[in-house]
Design a protein around this ligand. Sequence first.
Ligand code: NAD
Length: 245
Amino acid sequence: MAKTAIITGGGRGIGKACSLLLAQNDYNVVINYNKNETAAKITAEEIKKKGGNAICIQADVSDQCAVNNMIQVALKTFNKIHCLVNNAGIAAENCLLIDADKCLYDKVFDVNMRGVYNCTYAILPHMLSNSNGSIINISSIWGQTGGSCEVVYSAAKAAVIGFTKALAKEVGFSKVRVNCVSPGVIDTDMLSCFTDSEKSELIYQTPLHRLGNPLDVAKAVLFLAGDNADFITGQILAVNGGLYI
Ligand code: NAD
């Protein structure tokens, strides 16, 4: 029987790569999107063309009511959800903390941390009652090391790591696993704030000497989702080419 995975922000960037790779590996895929319906639909079409199964569901992950509805629709459609990939995230514009006002703080925490809480909170009763589930949270290298001019984003992504480790201890007895993937510098729209020369500098600093791509991250997600990782929980898997760690 095919497994089912929900990927938040699954229509673009790292989320899209996760949607495609999980579908290729026999998962039914629920592609969550907030505003970019077109990207989600294109991704679902790509999956269906290759014989896979995907649906798109709109929900702003920071809105608990919308997330609850999304989980209900997903369960009605597929009956069981085996995997949740909390991928949706936003970067804060690079700025010093003294310029990061309450509005920016709320925006960054609402999506990057509250979104993880909302989706996990909504799906957990289902996974606990099935004694089965894999939750994979996408953190960031900045959540591990801290990034100058990215203090609020770093704090939100560090919170995701704390959430992962604590929840893994709480739900392990029910065979629900909770892990993080922590990307380094991955070539997606999120890097649009970097100039070409800044990207070259990052490549130079990376021991494996290239930027990461979304598939690099998706391969780690696929591993943590499946049975090959069935004795792995509470872990932070860094996908960063050796940068800074
Ligand atoms: P991206 O901007 O291409 O993708 C982010 C996705 O999240 C998009 O699909 C977007 O629509 C979705 N999203 C944003 N706000 C949402 C909301 N409120 N509700 C639902 N969906 C929402 O960027 P990406 O690089 O693919 O990022 C994916 C994840 O990886 C993010 O959590 C990001 O913080 C993390 N990350 C990325 C990098 C990188 O270098 N690209 C590095 C470390 C961590």
